[in-house]
Design a protein around this ligand. Structure first.
Ligand code: ZN
Length: 575
Protein backbone atom coordinates (compact mmCIF):
# COMPACT_ATOMS: atom_id res chain seq x y z
CA UNK A 1 0.00 0.00 0.00
CA UNK A 2 2.77 2.37 0.99
CA UNK A 3 4.60 1.55 -2.24
CA UNK A 4 1.47 2.39 -4.22
CA UNK A 5 1.09 5.70 -2.45
CA UNK A 6 4.68 6.59 -3.21
CA UNK A 7 4.07 5.72 -6.83
CA UNK A 8 0.96 7.87 -6.92
CA UNK A 9 2.92 10.78 -5.54
CA UNK A 10 5.62 10.27 -8.14
CA UNK A 11 3.11 9.94 -10.94
CA UNK A 12 1.27 12.91 -9.59
CA UNK A 13 4.46 14.89 -10.11
CA UNK A 14 5.54 13.37 -13.37
CA UNK A 15 2.42 12.87 -15.42
CA UNK A 16 1.36 16.51 -15.60
CA UNK A 17 4.83 17.59 -16.66
CA UNK A 18 4.85 14.95 -19.39
CA UNK A 19 1.63 16.34 -20.72
CA UNK A 20 2.78 19.94 -20.43
CA UNK A 21 3.76 21.46 -23.75
CA UNK A 22 6.12 24.24 -22.67
CA UNK A 23 6.50 25.66 -26.16
CA UNK A 24 2.80 25.59 -27.08
CA UNK A 25 2.30 29.32 -26.51
CA UNK A 26 3.85 32.28 -28.28
CA UNK A 27 4.23 35.29 -26.00
CA UNK A 28 2.82 37.88 -28.38
CA UNK A 29 2.97 40.93 -26.14
CA UNK A 30 4.61 42.09 -22.92
CA UNK A 31 3.71 45.22 -21.02
CA UNK A 32 5.99 45.36 -17.99
CA UNK A 33 6.72 47.75 -15.12
CA UNK A 34 10.26 46.92 -14.10
CA UNK A 35 11.59 48.35 -10.86
CA UNK A 36 15.29 48.00 -10.14
CA UNK A 37 16.81 48.70 -6.73
CA UNK A 38 20.57 48.45 -7.21
CA UNK A 39 21.43 48.78 -3.48
CA UNK A 40 19.44 45.63 -2.72
CA UNK A 41 20.20 43.97 -6.07
CA UNK A 42 16.43 43.75 -6.42
CA UNK A 43 14.17 43.42 -9.40
CA UNK A 44 10.39 43.75 -9.05
CA UNK A 45 8.10 43.34 -12.03
CA UNK A 46 4.35 43.83 -12.48
CA UNK A 47 2.75 43.61 -15.85
CA UNK A 48 0.56 41.96 -18.42
CA UNK A 49 1.57 39.32 -20.93
CA UNK A 50 -0.48 38.11 -23.87
CA UNK A 51 -0.06 34.54 -25.07
CA UNK A 52 -1.32 32.75 -28.16
CA UNK A 53 -1.73 29.01 -28.40
CA UNK A 54 0.29 28.12 -31.49
CA UNK A 55 0.07 24.36 -30.93
CA UNK A 56 -2.43 22.09 -32.67
CA UNK A 57 -4.14 21.18 -29.40
CA UNK A 58 -6.28 23.02 -26.85
CA UNK A 59 -4.14 23.91 -23.80
CA UNK A 60 -5.32 23.85 -20.20
CA UNK A 61 -1.96 24.71 -18.65
CA UNK A 62 0.76 27.27 -19.27
CA UNK A 63 4.40 27.23 -18.16
CA UNK A 64 5.91 30.59 -17.20
CA UNK A 65 9.60 30.74 -16.42
CA UNK A 66 11.77 33.39 -14.76
CA UNK A 67 15.29 33.29 -13.34
CA UNK A 68 15.66 31.01 -10.32
CA UNK A 69 16.61 33.94 -8.04
CA UNK A 70 13.19 35.50 -8.70
CA UNK A 71 9.88 34.38 -7.14
CA UNK A 72 6.37 34.38 -8.51
CA UNK A 73 4.08 36.60 -6.40
CA UNK A 74 0.84 36.64 -8.32
CA UNK A 75 -0.76 35.46 -11.56
CA UNK A 76 -4.23 36.66 -12.48
CA UNK A 77 -6.66 36.48 -15.34
CA UNK A 78 -9.20 39.28 -15.64
CA UNK A 79 -8.61 40.36 -12.05
CA UNK A 80 -9.06 36.83 -10.67
CA UNK A 81 -6.16 34.92 -9.14
CA UNK A 82 -5.51 31.64 -10.93
CA UNK A 83 -4.10 28.39 -9.61
CA UNK A 84 -0.45 27.85 -10.13
CA UNK A 85 2.33 25.75 -8.66
CA UNK A 86 5.97 26.71 -8.78
CA UNK A 87 9.09 24.62 -8.81
CA UNK A 88 12.71 24.91 -9.85
CA UNK A 89 13.27 23.80 -13.43
CA UNK A 90 16.85 23.02 -14.41
CA UNK A 91 17.82 24.80 -17.62
CA UNK A 92 20.93 26.55 -18.87
CA UNK A 93 18.80 29.17 -20.61
CA UNK A 94 19.46 31.22 -17.45
CA UNK A 95 22.84 32.16 -15.91
CA UNK A 96 21.87 30.43 -12.65
CA UNK A 97 21.30 27.17 -14.55
CA UNK A 98 17.71 27.02 -13.30
CA UNK A 99 14.34 28.72 -13.63
CA UNK A 100 11.47 29.46 -11.28
CA UNK A 101 8.73 27.82 -13.26
CA UNK A 102 5.07 28.50 -12.57
CA UNK A 103 2.65 26.01 -14.03
CA UNK A 104 -0.65 27.77 -14.37
CA UNK A 105 -3.90 25.82 -14.54
CA UNK A 106 -6.34 27.84 -16.61
CA UNK A 107 -10.04 28.11 -15.76
CA UNK A 108 -10.77 26.92 -19.28
CA UNK A 109 -8.84 25.56 -22.20
CA UNK A 110 -7.30 27.90 -24.77
CA UNK A 111 -8.09 26.55 -28.25
CA UNK A 112 -5.48 26.54 -31.02
CA UNK A 113 -4.85 30.15 -32.15
CA UNK A 114 -6.74 31.39 -29.09
CA UNK A 115 -5.12 34.08 -26.93
CA UNK A 116 -5.07 34.76 -23.23
CA UNK A 117 -3.93 37.69 -21.08
CA UNK A 118 -2.19 37.14 -17.77
CA UNK A 119 -1.37 39.75 -15.15
CA UNK A 120 1.83 38.73 -13.45
CA UNK A 121 3.95 39.83 -10.53
CA UNK A 122 7.38 38.52 -9.55
CA UNK A 123 10.43 39.77 -7.69
CA UNK A 124 13.76 38.83 -6.23
CA UNK A 125 17.40 39.57 -6.76
CA UNK A 126 19.73 39.28 -9.74
CA UNK A 127 23.25 38.75 -8.39
CA UNK A 128 26.31 37.82 -10.43
CA UNK A 129 25.94 34.06 -10.95
CA UNK A 130 27.96 31.84 -13.24
CA UNK A 131 26.63 28.50 -12.02
CA UNK A 132 25.70 27.17 -15.44
CA UNK A 133 29.30 27.66 -16.60
CA UNK A 134 31.19 26.60 -13.47
CA UNK A 135 29.21 23.35 -13.23
CA UNK A 136 30.46 22.30 -16.66
CA UNK A 137 34.03 23.06 -15.61
CA UNK A 138 34.63 26.65 -16.76
CA UNK A 139 37.03 28.25 -14.23
CA UNK A 140 35.13 30.70 -12.04
CA UNK A 141 37.27 33.71 -12.99
CA UNK A 142 36.62 33.13 -16.68
CA UNK A 143 32.95 32.32 -16.15
CA UNK A 144 32.37 35.63 -14.36
CA UNK A 145 33.69 37.58 -17.34
CA UNK A 146 31.24 35.74 -19.59
CA UNK A 147 28.07 35.64 -17.45
CA UNK A 148 28.56 39.16 -16.09
CA UNK A 149 24.84 39.96 -15.76
CA UNK A 150 23.86 41.44 -12.40
CA UNK A 151 22.02 44.13 -10.53
CA UNK A 152 24.38 45.75 -8.05
CA UNK A 153 25.14 49.08 -6.47
CA UNK A 154 28.19 49.70 -8.63
CA UNK A 155 26.94 48.32 -11.93
CA UNK A 156 23.80 46.87 -13.43
CA UNK A 157 23.54 45.06 -16.74
CA UNK A 158 21.01 42.32 -17.42
CA UNK A 159 20.52 40.55 -20.75
CA UNK A 160 17.37 38.64 -21.61
CA UNK A 161 16.75 35.26 -23.23
CA UNK A 162 19.80 33.01 -23.09
CA UNK A 163 21.30 34.91 -20.10
CA UNK A 164 18.77 36.01 -17.48
CA UNK A 165 15.05 35.26 -17.65
CA UNK A 166 14.10 38.72 -16.30
CA UNK A 167 10.86 38.64 -18.31
CA UNK A 168 8.71 35.49 -18.45
CA UNK A 169 9.59 32.92 -21.08
CA UNK A 170 8.69 29.28 -21.71
CA UNK A 171 11.16 26.85 -23.25
CA UNK A 172 12.09 23.22 -22.88
CA UNK A 173 15.18 22.70 -20.76
CA UNK A 174 18.50 23.60 -22.42
CA UNK A 175 21.76 21.96 -21.41
CA UNK A 176 25.18 23.48 -22.08
CA UNK A 177 26.86 20.08 -21.95
CA UNK A 178 24.68 18.77 -24.78
CA UNK A 179 26.13 20.11 -28.00
CA UNK A 180 24.14 23.03 -29.35
CA UNK A 181 21.12 22.55 -27.10
CA UNK A 182 21.28 26.08 -25.67
CA UNK A 183 21.79 27.70 -29.06
CA UNK A 184 18.90 25.74 -30.53
CA UNK A 185 16.55 26.42 -27.61
CA UNK A 186 17.28 30.16 -27.75
CA UNK A 187 16.96 30.02 -31.55
CA UNK A 188 13.51 28.39 -31.34
CA UNK A 189 12.38 31.00 -28.82
CA UNK A 190 13.64 33.94 -30.89
CA UNK A 191 12.04 32.56 -34.05
CA UNK A 192 8.69 32.29 -32.22
CA UNK A 193 9.04 35.81 -30.81
CA UNK A 194 10.06 37.79 -33.91
CA UNK A 195 6.60 39.36 -34.26
CA UNK A 196 6.06 39.88 -30.53
CA UNK A 197 5.94 43.32 -28.94
CA UNK A 198 7.53 44.31 -25.65
CA UNK A 199 6.95 47.51 -23.72
CA UNK A 200 8.77 48.29 -20.50
CA UNK A 201 8.71 51.10 -18.03
CA UNK A 202 12.09 50.89 -16.35
CA UNK A 203 12.40 52.53 -12.94
CA UNK A 204 15.59 52.81 -10.99
CA UNK A 205 14.95 53.41 -7.31
CA UNK A 206 18.05 54.42 -5.40
CA UNK A 207 19.52 56.73 -2.85
CA UNK A 208 19.79 60.33 -3.87
CA UNK A 209 23.22 61.19 -5.14
CA UNK A 210 24.83 64.04 -7.04
CA UNK A 211 25.14 61.98 -10.21
CA UNK A 212 21.94 60.53 -11.50
CA UNK A 213 22.30 57.11 -13.11
CA UNK A 214 21.56 56.74 -16.78
CA UNK A 215 19.23 53.98 -17.89
CA UNK A 216 19.80 52.15 -21.11
CA UNK A 217 17.69 49.59 -22.93
CA UNK A 218 17.99 48.43 -26.54
CA UNK A 219 14.34 49.19 -27.35
CA UNK A 220 13.02 52.40 -28.88
CA UNK A 221 12.49 55.34 -26.56
CA UNK A 222 14.59 56.34 -23.60
CA UNK A 223 13.59 59.87 -22.57
CA UNK A 224 14.51 59.90 -18.90
CA UNK A 225 12.54 61.51 -16.07
CA UNK A 226 13.58 62.00 -12.47
CA UNK A 227 11.62 62.25 -9.25
CA UNK A 228 12.92 63.08 -5.83
CA UNK A 229 11.20 61.51 -2.81
CA UNK A 230 12.99 62.45 0.39
CA UNK A 231 16.24 60.56 0.50
CA UNK A 232 15.35 58.35 -2.39
CA UNK A 233 15.23 59.11 -6.07
CA UNK A 234 13.34 57.52 -8.94
CA UNK A 235 14.73 57.62 -12.45
CA UNK A 236 12.34 56.40 -15.06
CA UNK A 237 12.29 55.66 -18.75
CA UNK A 238 10.09 53.83 -21.26
CA UNK A 239 11.08 51.58 -24.12
CA UNK A 240 9.35 49.49 -26.72
CA UNK A 241 10.31 46.67 -29.05
CA UNK A 242 7.87 46.63 -31.89
CA UNK A 243 8.52 43.89 -32.83
CA UNK A 244 11.28 41.99 -30.99
CA UNK A 245 12.74 40.76 -34.27
CA UNK A 246 15.47 38.42 -32.93
CA UNK A 247 16.80 40.98 -30.44
CA UNK A 248 17.67 40.12 -26.86
CA UNK A 249 16.02 42.78 -24.66
CA UNK A 250 18.50 44.06 -22.10
CA UNK A 251 18.87 46.92 -19.65
CA UNK A 252 21.90 48.64 -18.22
CA UNK A 253 22.09 51.20 -15.43
CA UNK A 254 25.22 53.15 -14.55
CA UNK A 255 26.86 56.52 -14.12
CA UNK A 256 27.42 56.99 -17.83
CA UNK A 257 28.68 59.90 -19.88
CA UNK A 258 27.63 60.06 -23.51
CA UNK A 259 29.34 60.65 -26.82
CA UNK A 260 27.22 61.05 -29.95
CA UNK A 261 28.48 60.52 -33.50
CA UNK A 262 26.59 60.35 -36.83
CA UNK A 263 26.83 56.56 -36.88
CA UNK A 264 26.49 55.70 -33.21
CA UNK A 265 26.08 56.76 -29.58
CA UNK A 266 28.59 55.71 -26.96
CA UNK A 267 27.82 55.50 -23.25
CA UNK A 268 31.06 55.31 -21.29
CA UNK A 269 31.99 55.18 -17.62
CA UNK A 270 33.89 57.96 -15.82
CA UNK A 271 37.57 58.12 -16.72
CA UNK A 272 37.16 56.19 -19.94
CA UNK A 273 36.74 59.08 -22.35
CA UNK A 274 39.93 58.25 -24.30
CA UNK A 275 38.69 54.70 -24.98
CA UNK A 276 35.29 56.03 -26.02
CA UNK A 277 36.91 58.56 -28.35
CA UNK A 278 39.09 55.85 -29.89
CA UNK A 279 36.04 53.76 -30.56
CA UNK A 280 34.15 56.75 -31.99
CA UNK A 281 37.04 57.40 -34.36
CA UNK A 282 37.03 53.76 -35.46
CA UNK A 283 33.29 54.02 -36.13
CA UNK A 284 33.76 57.25 -38.12
CA UNK A 285 36.32 55.46 -40.29
CA UNK A 286 34.16 52.38 -40.82
CA UNK A 287 30.87 54.19 -41.44
CA UNK A 288 31.32 55.14 -45.14
CA UNK A 289 32.36 51.57 -46.02
CA UNK A 290 29.28 50.16 -44.26
CA UNK A 291 26.95 52.60 -46.01
CA UNK A 292 28.55 51.81 -49.37
CA UNK A 293 28.03 48.06 -48.95
CA UNK A 294 25.00 47.68 -46.74
CA UNK A 295 23.11 50.94 -47.06
CA UNK A 296 22.22 53.57 -44.50
CA UNK A 297 21.85 52.21 -40.99
CA UNK A 298 18.34 51.10 -40.05
CA UNK A 299 18.91 52.27 -36.51
CA UNK A 300 21.59 54.29 -34.80
CA UNK A 301 24.12 51.92 -33.30
CA UNK A 302 24.56 52.05 -29.53
CA UNK A 303 27.74 51.14 -27.69
CA UNK A 304 27.49 50.82 -23.92
CA UNK A 305 30.53 50.22 -21.76
CA UNK A 306 30.76 47.23 -19.44
CA UNK A 307 32.40 47.97 -16.10
CA UNK A 308 34.42 44.74 -15.97
CA UNK A 309 37.47 45.46 -18.18
CA UNK A 310 37.67 41.75 -19.05
CA UNK A 311 33.98 41.27 -19.78
CA UNK A 312 33.16 39.38 -22.95
CA UNK A 313 31.45 41.78 -25.38
CA UNK A 314 27.81 41.19 -26.22
CA UNK A 315 25.87 42.27 -29.29
CA UNK A 316 22.20 42.33 -30.11
CA UNK A 317 21.22 44.09 -33.34
CA UNK A 318 23.02 47.43 -33.48
CA UNK A 319 23.65 47.43 -29.72
CA UNK A 320 27.06 46.43 -28.42
CA UNK A 321 28.08 46.11 -24.79
CA UNK A 322 31.83 45.97 -24.22
CA UNK A 323 34.68 47.31 -22.10
CA UNK A 324 36.20 50.51 -23.50
CA UNK A 325 39.66 50.46 -21.98
CA UNK A 326 41.54 49.18 -25.03
CA UNK A 327 44.07 51.17 -27.05
CA UNK A 328 44.23 48.66 -29.91
CA UNK A 329 42.87 50.73 -32.77
CA UNK A 330 42.81 47.87 -35.32
CA UNK A 331 40.65 45.84 -32.94
CA UNK A 332 38.33 48.80 -32.47
CA UNK A 333 38.04 49.28 -36.23
CA UNK A 334 37.16 45.60 -36.71
CA UNK A 335 34.62 45.78 -33.89
CA UNK A 336 33.06 49.01 -35.14
CA UNK A 337 32.60 47.82 -38.73
CA UNK A 338 30.97 44.62 -37.41
CA UNK A 339 28.60 46.57 -35.15
CA UNK A 340 27.66 49.11 -37.83
CA UNK A 341 26.99 46.31 -40.32
CA UNK A 342 24.50 44.78 -37.89
CA UNK A 343 22.87 48.18 -37.45
CA UNK A 344 22.55 48.48 -41.25
CA UNK A 345 21.70 44.98 -42.41
CA UNK A 346 19.22 42.59 -40.89
CA UNK A 347 18.57 38.95 -41.71
CA UNK A 348 16.92 36.09 -39.85
CA UNK A 349 19.62 33.77 -41.19
CA UNK A 350 22.81 33.61 -39.10
CA UNK A 351 25.05 32.83 -42.10
CA UNK A 352 23.85 36.05 -43.75
CA UNK A 353 23.58 38.20 -40.63
CA UNK A 354 26.89 37.20 -39.02
CA UNK A 355 28.60 36.17 -42.25
CA UNK A 356 28.18 39.66 -43.69
CA UNK A 357 29.38 41.37 -40.49
CA UNK A 358 32.57 39.28 -40.62
CA UNK A 359 32.86 39.85 -44.38
CA UNK A 360 32.66 43.59 -43.64
CA UNK A 361 35.64 43.19 -41.31
CA UNK A 362 37.66 41.69 -44.17
CA UNK A 363 36.54 44.59 -46.41
CA UNK A 364 37.67 47.00 -43.74
CA UNK A 365 41.12 45.37 -43.50
CA UNK A 366 41.37 45.55 -47.28
CA UNK A 367 40.46 49.23 -47.29
CA UNK A 368 43.02 50.03 -44.60
CA UNK A 369 45.95 47.87 -45.67
CA UNK A 370 45.14 46.15 -48.99
CA UNK A 371 43.95 42.74 -50.15
CA UNK A 372 46.82 40.91 -48.47
CA UNK A 373 45.74 42.28 -45.07
CA UNK A 374 42.18 41.11 -45.73
CA UNK A 375 43.40 37.65 -46.72
CA UNK A 376 45.58 37.50 -43.60
CA UNK A 377 42.58 38.45 -41.46
CA UNK A 378 40.43 35.75 -43.05
CA UNK A 379 43.33 33.30 -42.87
CA UNK A 380 43.05 33.55 -39.08
CA UNK A 381 39.68 31.75 -39.40
CA UNK A 382 40.71 29.11 -41.93
CA UNK A 383 42.12 26.41 -39.68
CA UNK A 384 39.11 26.58 -37.33
CA UNK A 385 36.81 25.89 -40.28
CA UNK A 386 39.03 23.08 -41.56
CA UNK A 387 39.17 21.49 -38.08
CA UNK A 388 35.39 21.68 -37.71
CA UNK A 389 34.87 20.11 -41.14
CA UNK A 390 37.29 17.33 -40.22
CA UNK A 391 35.57 16.64 -36.91
CA UNK A 392 32.16 16.57 -38.61
CA UNK A 393 33.38 14.22 -41.28
CA UNK A 394 34.69 11.87 -38.61
CA UNK A 395 31.42 12.10 -36.67
CA UNK A 396 29.16 11.51 -39.63
CA UNK A 397 31.47 8.99 -41.31
CA UNK A 398 29.34 8.02 -44.31
CA UNK A 399 26.63 10.52 -43.86
CA UNK A 400 27.67 14.10 -44.54
CA UNK A 401 24.08 15.24 -44.53
CA UNK A 402 22.63 18.66 -45.18
CA UNK A 403 22.17 19.45 -41.49
CA UNK A 404 25.41 21.43 -41.13
CA UNK A 405 24.89 23.36 -44.31
CA UNK A 406 25.22 27.11 -43.86
CA UNK A 407 21.44 27.53 -44.02
CA UNK A 408 20.90 25.12 -41.11
CA UNK A 409 24.03 25.18 -39.04
CA UNK A 410 24.30 26.30 -35.44
CA UNK A 411 28.11 25.94 -35.49
CA UNK A 412 29.79 29.32 -35.04
CA UNK A 413 32.84 28.43 -37.15
CA UNK A 414 30.41 27.91 -40.00
CA UNK A 415 27.84 30.68 -39.78
CA UNK A 416 30.55 33.20 -38.94
CA UNK A 417 33.89 32.18 -40.46
CA UNK A 418 32.85 29.92 -43.33
CA UNK A 419 30.05 32.31 -44.23
CA UNK A 420 32.54 35.19 -44.31
CA UNK A 421 34.57 33.29 -46.90
CA UNK A 422 31.42 32.49 -48.89
CA UNK A 423 30.62 36.21 -49.18
CA UNK A 424 34.23 36.96 -50.08
CA UNK A 425 34.20 34.27 -52.81
CA UNK A 426 30.87 35.55 -54.16
CA UNK A 427 32.32 39.04 -54.34
CA UNK A 428 35.42 37.73 -56.18
CA UNK A 429 33.13 35.92 -58.63
CA UNK A 430 30.50 38.55 -59.40
CA UNK A 431 32.30 41.78 -58.53
CA UNK A 432 31.60 44.58 -56.06
CA UNK A 433 28.88 46.35 -58.03
CA UNK A 434 26.72 43.27 -58.59
CA UNK A 435 27.04 42.11 -54.99
CA UNK A 436 26.24 45.55 -53.58
CA UNK A 437 23.13 45.74 -55.77
CA UNK A 438 22.04 42.28 -54.67
CA UNK A 439 22.49 43.25 -51.01
CA UNK A 440 20.53 46.45 -51.56
CA UNK A 441 17.66 44.36 -52.97
CA UNK A 442 17.62 42.07 -49.93
CA UNK A 443 14.65 42.34 -47.55
CA UNK A 444 14.79 40.22 -44.42
CA UNK A 445 11.01 39.74 -44.38
CA UNK A 446 11.10 38.33 -47.92
CA UNK A 447 13.84 35.83 -47.12
CA UNK A 448 11.54 32.82 -46.84
CA UNK A 449 13.26 30.35 -49.17
CA UNK A 450 16.86 29.25 -48.97
CA UNK A 451 17.49 30.20 -52.63
CA UNK A 452 16.36 33.81 -52.13
CA UNK A 453 19.88 35.23 -51.87
CA UNK A 454 21.16 33.12 -54.76
CA UNK A 455 18.42 34.53 -57.00
CA UNK A 456 19.10 38.11 -55.89
CA UNK A 457 22.76 37.78 -56.82
CA UNK A 458 22.05 35.94 -60.07
CA UNK A 459 19.74 38.77 -61.10
CA UNK A 460 22.79 41.07 -61.09
CA UNK A 461 25.21 38.83 -63.00
CA UNK A 462 25.54 36.31 -65.83
CA UNK A 463 27.11 33.79 -63.46
CA UNK A 464 25.29 30.55 -62.80
CA UNK A 465 25.71 30.20 -59.05
CA UNK A 466 23.67 27.04 -58.48
CA UNK A 467 26.73 24.78 -58.19
CA UNK A 468 28.45 27.20 -55.81
CA UNK A 469 25.45 27.57 -53.49
CA UNK A 470 24.96 23.84 -53.60
CA UNK A 471 28.54 23.14 -52.53
CA UNK A 472 28.83 25.90 -49.92
CA UNK A 473 25.43 27.01 -48.69
CA UNK A 474 22.74 24.34 -49.19
CA UNK A 475 25.05 21.46 -48.30
CA UNK A 476 28.13 20.95 -46.25
CA UNK A 477 30.60 19.40 -48.65
CA UNK A 478 33.70 20.29 -46.67
CA UNK A 479 36.43 22.39 -48.25
CA UNK A 480 38.26 22.18 -51.57
CA UNK A 481 41.88 21.11 -51.86
CA UNK A 482 43.61 22.56 -54.88
CA UNK A 483 46.88 21.40 -56.38
CA UNK A 484 48.73 22.48 -59.46
CA UNK A 485 48.86 19.29 -61.46
CA UNK A 486 51.05 20.58 -64.27
CA UNK A 487 52.31 23.67 -66.05
CA UNK A 488 53.70 23.35 -69.59
CA UNK A 489 55.37 26.38 -71.13
CA UNK A 490 55.64 26.54 -74.91
CA UNK A 491 57.81 29.17 -76.57
CA UNK A 492 56.03 31.40 -79.03
CA UNK A 493 57.38 32.43 -82.38
CA UNK A 494 58.64 35.94 -81.92
CA UNK A 495 59.29 35.56 -78.16
CA UNK A 496 57.36 34.88 -75.00
CA UNK A 497 55.53 31.74 -73.87
CA UNK A 498 52.12 30.17 -73.62
CA UNK A 499 51.81 28.22 -70.38
CA UNK A 500 49.14 25.55 -70.09
CA UNK A 501 48.26 25.10 -66.43
CA UNK A 502 46.11 22.29 -65.05
CA UNK A 503 44.58 22.68 -61.60
CA UNK A 504 43.07 19.76 -59.76
CA UNK A 505 40.54 20.06 -56.94
CA UNK A 506 40.81 17.01 -54.66
CA UNK A 507 38.01 18.21 -52.36
CA UNK A 508 34.22 17.85 -52.48
CA UNK A 509 33.44 21.56 -52.80
CA UNK A 510 34.17 23.54 -55.93
CA UNK A 511 35.27 27.16 -56.17
CA UNK A 512 36.47 29.82 -58.52
CA UNK A 513 40.09 30.24 -57.58
CA UNK A 514 42.83 32.64 -58.66
CA UNK A 515 45.80 31.07 -60.47
CA UNK A 516 48.94 33.19 -60.64
CA UNK A 517 51.76 32.65 -63.07
CA UNK A 518 55.01 34.21 -61.89
CA UNK A 519 57.64 35.01 -64.45
CA UNK A 520 60.81 37.02 -64.72
CA UNK A 521 59.90 40.54 -63.76
CA UNK A 522 56.17 40.09 -63.20
CA UNK A 523 53.08 37.95 -62.79
CA UNK A 524 49.66 37.33 -64.35
CA UNK A 525 46.56 36.11 -62.48
CA UNK A 526 43.54 34.33 -63.96
CA UNK A 527 40.47 33.03 -62.20
CA UNK A 528 39.54 29.43 -62.80
CA UNK A 529 36.36 27.55 -61.87
CA UNK A 530 37.41 24.16 -60.54
CA UNK A 531 34.54 21.96 -59.47
CA UNK A 532 34.69 19.24 -56.82
CA UNK A 533 36.89 16.26 -57.69
CA UNK A 534 37.66 17.83 -61.08
CA UNK A 535 40.39 19.42 -63.12
CA UNK A 536 40.41 22.63 -65.10
CA UNK A 537 43.03 24.14 -67.37
CA UNK A 538 44.08 27.66 -68.27
CA UNK A 539 46.43 28.98 -70.91
CA UNK A 540 48.33 32.05 -69.81
CA UNK A 541 50.66 34.12 -71.94
CA UNK A 542 54.02 35.04 -70.45
CA UNK A 543 56.20 37.67 -72.12
CA UNK A 544 59.25 36.50 -70.10
CA UNK A 545 60.50 33.17 -68.73
CA UNK A 546 57.78 31.52 -66.55
CA UNK A 547 58.98 30.44 -63.11
CA UNK A 548 56.15 29.16 -60.93
CA UNK A 549 52.40 28.74 -60.63
CA UNK A 550 50.46 29.44 -57.44
CA UNK A 551 46.84 28.41 -57.00
CA UNK A 552 44.64 30.23 -54.46
CA UNK A 553 45.78 33.49 -52.90
CA UNK A 554 43.90 32.63 -49.69
CA UNK A 555 40.48 33.91 -50.78
CA UNK A 556 39.13 30.35 -50.87
CA UNK A 557 39.39 28.30 -47.68
CA UNK A 558 40.90 24.90 -48.38
CA UNK A 559 42.16 21.95 -46.39
CA UNK A 560 45.76 21.70 -47.60
CA UNK A 561 47.83 24.73 -48.57
CA UNK A 562 51.10 22.79 -48.99
CA UNK A 563 50.41 21.68 -52.58
CA UNK A 564 49.55 25.07 -54.06
CA UNK A 565 52.89 26.06 -55.60
CA UNK A 566 54.44 24.49 -58.69
CA UNK A 567 57.98 25.30 -59.86
CA UNK A 568 58.24 25.35 -63.63
CA UNK A 569 61.41 23.77 -65.00
CA UNK A 570 63.34 26.03 -67.39
CA UNK A 571 61.55 25.78 -70.75
CA UNK A 572 63.05 24.03 -73.77
CA UNK A 573 63.32 26.62 -76.51
CA UNK A 574 61.82 25.41 -79.79
CA UNK A 575 63.93 25.71 -82.85
ZN1 ZN B 1 27.80 39.86 -34.96
Amino acid sequence: MKFLRVLCVIWGLIIPSLALDREAFTFTHYDLNVRVEPEQQRLGVRGRITLRNDSANPQKRIALQISSTLDWKSIQIGGQAVDFVTHEYTSDIDHTGALSEAIVTLPREVPPKGTIELDVGYEGIIPLDATRLTRIGVPEEKAKHTDWDQISKSFTAVRGIGYVAWYPVATESANLSEGNSLFETVGRWKARETEAGLKIRLVEAGETSANLPRLFCNGKGGAQTHEQMGRSSLVQSEYSFDPLDFSVPLFVIGGYDALARPSLNISFLPGHKPGAENYALAADLAFPLVVEWFGATRQKAETVELADPEAAPFESGGTLLMPLGSTDSTRYELTAVHQLTHAAFNSPRPWIYEGLAHFAQALEREQQDGRRAALAFMGGHRSAIAETEKALLAAHAQNVAANESLINTSIEEFYRSKAMYVWWMLRDMVGDTALKKALAAYHSDRDKESAYVQRLIEAQTDHDLEWFFDDWVYRDRGLPDFRVESAYPRAKVGGGYIVTITIENLGDAGAEVPVTLRMEGGEVTRRLEVHAKSKAAARIEAPSTPQEVIVNDGGVPETDLSNNVFKIPPPVVAK
